[in-house]
Design a binder for this molecule. Structure first.
Ligand SMILES: Cc1cc2nc3c(=O)[nH]c(=O)nc-3n(C[C@H](O)[C@H](O)[C@H](O)COP(=O)(O)OP(=O)(O)OC[C@H]3O[C@@H](n4cnc5c(N)ncnc54)[C@H](O)[C@@H]3O)c2cc1C
Length: 508
């Protein structure tokens, strides 16, 4: 049998993972991307200070949601070194004199939350039940089969399904926790991608999804050199497997009946033929390329709004944290700074950015100590670096239009540092920047707010999701696997893997 020609539009993590599995399974894979390099939103950028140049993560920073089998089977595991801090995560609330430590050990964690936050709930029960839901999800990932509600009810029972999948995050958190702070800590996940209310149906489901990575057993960690090594390396592995890649090539039109795309490259137009097309782009771009008016309208009606900003920071000497412990990886610990005290304030801040009068409302900051993690992997860089992922931004302004917010955020972090004078460079990116840098329709890193009507079985664009979840509409030769498809965004490649397996099933 002749090898089928598969054309993949978009060389981000999902397109790259799909290409890897398909090429190895006997397809003839070609990739095209409008950007000049592979990687999509998982790429580096350079900054300079004096005559020294240093790379930093422009988009994604930390790895965690990838499945261990994807990491192994693609060949990434054999080509990359990683590091996961075992240090407790360190949490700062406004006006606290003492940091709270999120220990890995459940007994230590119970004790710490009881002492610091007055927690009297069932922390262990939460982790146990979440583990059951995650196991169910991971089985679906491996089998490339997005689970139905019926399957969830059968496997987990009605009570857990209602609480963890169809329910709202507020009810879930009230069920297991008593303290506002524990709930806020857990609630960060819900609003990570966009302004989702804790009371929205299905908002509970974000928690197990975002904890369902297995590359580091549910934890998040770092890649030696920087997370962009994941996409760079996978690009190289794919090339060695025989995948052809056209960069700086934008797909302008798709004719699914004739099986060909029109692309422009260096001001020249050319056609590429395909037997099967996979769109590894955001859903809106995919619909504009392939959909009819009704499908485009449906895609436009989804909510794409994002509310996370990113502050990259460089220091000319290693950061001296005031909250450092005597553990060896203390420089690489994940740190979180809250700007709100109560769950109501948290919820108000999350939702306020949908009001056009607000550009920014402080919520929380997640600090990834990239430079500290690199030192743990014996990489000595010229500058120490931080990536700070923080809330809440409207879609209105670009980062360089908000210098006062950049300065305010910088000062908030530097108050926890003994050598603030060593901070020599910062760059703020807002959802508006993500829109123009990465073509994210609403500046949202998942391309959909994970809420009712947009999550779980609803996150498909197929007319027959039960049998062909990743198929585009009713087109037998077009599939969609970008971050907007189940289960979500992130440097995971799970949609890319699941889509590739469904396509192989259809071909064979
Ligand atoms: C600031 C930021 C921080 C993040 N932090 C993290 C993190 O720490 N950890 C994590 O796991 N995830 C993080 N993410 C999310 C993660 O980076 C994305 O979800 C993931 O990279 C998306 O991968 P993808 O392959 O679906 O799409 P993309 O990476 O968006 O790739 C799509 C590709 O399609 C191409 N394309 C689009 N239209 C066309 C066209 N017409 N013709 C040709 N090519 C086209 C684009 O150029 C792009 O390369 C972050 C994202 C951002 C922006």
């Amino acid at each position: 049998m002749q090898k089928p020609d598969v054309l993949i539009v978009g060389a981000g993590i999902n397109g790259l993972v799909a290409a890897n599995y398909l090429q190895k399974s006997g397809c003839n894979v070609t990739m095209v991307d409008r950007a000049y390099r592979v990687g999509g939103a998982c790429v580096s950028e350079e900054m300079s200070y004096g005559n020294v140049t240093e790379s930093y993560a422009l988009g994604a920073s930390v790895l965690g949601l990838m499945q261990d089998f994807v990491f192994e089977e693609t060949g990434l595991a054999h080509n990359l070194d990683t590091f996961v801090p075992t240090h407790p995560k360190l949490i700062h609330f406004p006006n606290d004199s003492m940091v709270t430590k999120i220990h890995r050990d459940p007994k230590d964690l119970d004790q710490e939350l009881a002492n610091k936050w007055g927690e009297k709930g069932d922390v262990k029960g939460f982790r146990y039940d979440e583990g059951r839901v995650i196991e169910f999800l991971q089985q679906g990932y491996r089998e490339a089969c997005p689970p139905t509600l019926e399957a969830a009810n059968n496997k987990l029972g009605k009570a857990l399904t209602n609480l963890w999948i169809t329910g709202d995050a507020k009810t879930l958190l009230d069920h297991y926790f008593t303290s506002e702070r524990s709930k806020m800590y857990m609630a960060m996940t819900v609003s990570e991608s966009g302004p989702v209310s804790l009371k929205d149906p299905y908002s509970a489901f974000t928690l197990p999804v975002m904890d369902s990575g297995s590359v580091f057993g549910g934890y998040y960690g770092h890649v030696k050199g920087g997370i962009w090594k994941i996409t760079e390396t996978l690009g190289r592995i794919n090339r060695e497997l025989g995948v052809k890649t056209h960069l700086s090539s934008q797909v302008m039109e798709v004719d699914s009946k004739k099986g060909r795309v029109l692309l422009t490259s260096n001001d020249e137009e050319k056609y590429i033929d395909f037997d099967y097309l996979i769109l590894g782009t955001d859903p809106l771009t995919a619909h504009k390329l392939v959909g009819n008016d009704c499908e485009i309208k449906n895609a436009e009606d989804k909510k794409y709004l994002g509310s996370s900003g990113k502050l990259n920071m460089m220091f000319k000497n290693p950061i001296q944290w005031k909250d450092a412990t005597d553990l060896s990886d203390t420089d690489a610990a994940f740190r979180f700074i809250f700007g709100v005290e109560t769950l109501d304030e948290f919820e108000n801040a999350t939702l306020k950015v949908t009001d056009p009068n607000f550009h920014y409302v402080p919520g929380y900051m997640q600090i990834y100590c990239e430079g500290g993690a690199q030192r743990q992997m014996q990489v000595n860089e010229s500058f120490d670096r931080l990536a700070v992922f923080f809330k809440n931004f409207a879609l209105s302004e670009k980062g360089d239009e908000l210098p006062h917010i950049e300065e305010e955020a910088k000062q908030k972090i530097l108050q926890y540092v003994n050598n603030p004078e060593d901070c020599i460079w910062t760059r703020l990116l807002t959802p508006r920047d993500l829109q123009s840098l990465f073509y994210f329709p609403g500046g949202n890193i998942d391309h959909t707010m994970l809420t009712g009507g947009q999550t779980y079985f609803d996150r498909n664009f197929s007319t027959d999701p039960e049998n062909h979840f990743y198929r585009f509409g009713d087109k037998e030769n077009v599939y969609l696997c970008g971050a907007g498809t189940y289960p979500c965004g992130s440097v995971a490649g799970t949609p890319g893997y699941m889509c590739s397996q469904q396509l192989l099933k259809a071909i064979n």
